[in-house]
Structure formats: structure tokens, C-alpha cells
Design a binder for this molecule. Structure first.
Ligand SMILES: NC(=O)c1ccc[n+]([C@@H]2O[C@H](COP(=O)([O-])OP(=O)(O)OC[C@H]3O[C@@H](n4cnc5c(N)ncnc54)[C@H](OP(=O)(O)O)[C@@H]3O)[C@@H](O)[C@H]2O)c1
Length: 240
């Protein structure tokens, strides 16, 4: 069974990606801090296909050892989905420095370090798939999300150069850019602000985590072997 590491797989998009990966026949290493009922259910139902590894990505110094332990325990991974992230809403002028530092650490530094150390076994295998979860906000912008948007743009930039670096080793690196999806991260966006996001979609509805998970499924597949350095947007057309 091919191994896929999915960060932030305890809820939201990461959980949907974990479910999709199980359906696609992979073994999932689900990483996060807090066990949820939904993840516990998956672990119980599909014990052969998914394991949980607790890790807090604010501990960037421990990522090297964590990656080595994961590879030792499960074997060389086929895929890494850098999905874990935090969203801190607030205009820059009043955003706390602590929030800015956390956003940079968890949304940029941690996925870059994890990729660095998970790449090594992929390079030995001379194959693999890396998917960085960005956001349409990286390119469209959103009032109150300047630092979050900057972290998501950083990941998309990371994808581009890394794809050039590891392509000859048969490893693809791509970005997924979801639009608004209903998850814990977006639960504060309600009322008129949510309506205005919905109105922007030519389809008249919002993308779901399942829609985005299907795109990840494609990027992880053998069929996407000639797709690298690009961004797949799943936003019900909101940014078109
Ligand atoms: N929702 C949207 O509308 C939307 C739109 C565009 C892009 N995205 C992107 O999609 C991805 C998933 O977002 P989501 O909406 O599913 O978010 P979510 O519901 O808030 O879930 C975030 C996940 O990240 C994990 N996480 C957060 N901080 C962590 C840390 N320090 N260490 C380990 N894990 C951590 C959480 O797990 P624990 O709490 O268990 O640690 C959780 O599993 C993110 O990269 C986000 O930027 C979301």
C-alpha cells in the first residue's frame, strides 16, 4: 500500500482528504494535535488503512525527528499533503505580533521543513507526490487576511521552485488552491460576508471539502505524473 502523509487530518479538508485517500486504496498517516470523533471513527472502521500520529507543528525543531520516525515506522511515503494551517483574522494594523509569528511558523516554516525531510526518502524512491494546500486568497486577497494570504502565497511560490528541483527524480509538486469551504477555519465568516462570497460563484454555491479532496486525489494519482509546478483551483468559479 502506498503511504500518504496528510497533515491537519483531524477535521475539515484534511479529514476529507484522508477519507478520499482510503477510498483510493492508500495507507494514510493522519497528523494533527487533537483526536476528533470523525477521525476516531475512520481509525476504527479502516484500521488497516489509516493511523494517527500526534504532532504540533509549532514545534518546528522536532520536525526532522518526526519525519525520520514516520519513515521508519511506515516506510518511504508516496505522498505528502501539506494541509495543516491556522487562520488568524484581523487587520494588519492591530494584528498581534504573536499571531503573525504563529501564522508564519505553522503555515510556512513547518510545511517547508516537513517537506525537506520527507523528500529524502522520496528521492531514494525516485518517485512521489507533494501537494501544498494554499488558497485563492493568495492571489485574490481578502480584507483582514493579509498575513494568512502571504503565507498561502509563500506555499504556492515554494511549489514552483521545488517542482523544478525534484522533477528529474520523478517527484511532482503542486498547489491546491481552495476557495471558501465550510470548516472550523471559516466558521466566523457568516451573514452578509458569507453571502457576498457565495454571490461571487458563477455556480451559485460554494466548494466543499469533498470537491477539494477529489483534486488532491488526482494530484496523488499515477495519472497526474506529467502535472507539476501548477495550481489546481477548487472554488466553484469564485475567482474566475
Ligand atoms: N476552509 C476554507 O475555506 C479554506 C479555503 C482555502 C484554503 N484553506 C486551507 O485548507 C487547509 C485546511 O483548512 P480547514 O478549513 O480544513 O481548516 P481547519 O478545519 O481549521 O483544520 C485545520 C487542521 O490543521 C491542523 N492544525 C492546525 N494547527 C496545527 C498545529 N499547530 N499542529 C498540527 N496540526 C495543526 C488541525 O488539527 P488539530 O487542531 O488537531 O491540530 C486541523 O486538522 C488549510 O491549509 C487552509 O489554509 C481552507
Amino acid at each position: 500500500m502506498k503511504i500518504i502523509i496528510v497533515t491537519g487530518a483531524t477535521r475539515g479538508l484534511g479529514l476529507a482528504v484522508a477519507r478520499q485517500c482510503i477510498a483510493d486504496g492508500y495507507k494514510v498517516v493522519a497528523v494533527g494535535r487533537t483526536m476528533t470523533e470523525e477521525l476516531a471513527f475512520l481509525l476504527q472502521q479502516y484500521s488497516e488503512c489509516i493511523d494517527f500520529e500526534r504532532y504540533d507543528f509549532s514545534d518546528t525543531e522536532g520536525i526532522h525527528l518526526f519525519a525520520v520516525q514516520i519513515t521508519k515506522k511506515y516506510g518511504r511515503p508516496w505522498g505528502l499533503v501539506n494541509n495543516a494551517a491556522i487562520g488568524r483574522d484581523g487587520v494588519l494594523a492591530t494584528l498581534h505580533e504573536r499571531d503573525i509569528a504563529d501564522l508564519i511558523k505553522i503555515n510556512i516554516e513547518a510545511p517547508i521543513l516537513l517537506t525537506k525531510y520527507i523528500l529524502r526518502p522520496m528521492l531514494i524512491n525516485r518517485c512521489g507526490r507533494i501537494i501544498n494546500v494554499s488558497s485563492i486568497i493568495a492571489t485574490s486577497g481578502f480584507n483582514g487576511l493579509s498575513v494568512y494570504g502571504a503565507t498561502k502565497a509563500a506555499l504556492a511560490g515554494f511549489t514552483k521552485s521545488l517542482a523544478r528541483e525534484v522533477g528529474k527524480a520523478g517527484i511532482t509538486v503542486n498547489t491546491l488552491a481552495p476557495g471558501y469551504m465550510e470548516t472550523d477555519m471559516t466558521s466566523a465568516l457568516q451573514g452578509d460576508r458569507l453571502e457576498s462570497v457565495r454571490r461571487r460563484s458563477p455556480l451559485g454555491h460554494l466548494a466543499t471539502v469533498e470537491d477539494a479532496a477529489y483534486a488532491v486525489s488526482y494530484l496523488l494519482s499515477e495519472q497526474s505524473s506529467r502535472v507539476t509546478g501548477t495550481t489546481i483551483t477548487v472554488d466553484a468559479g469564485s475567482s474566475c
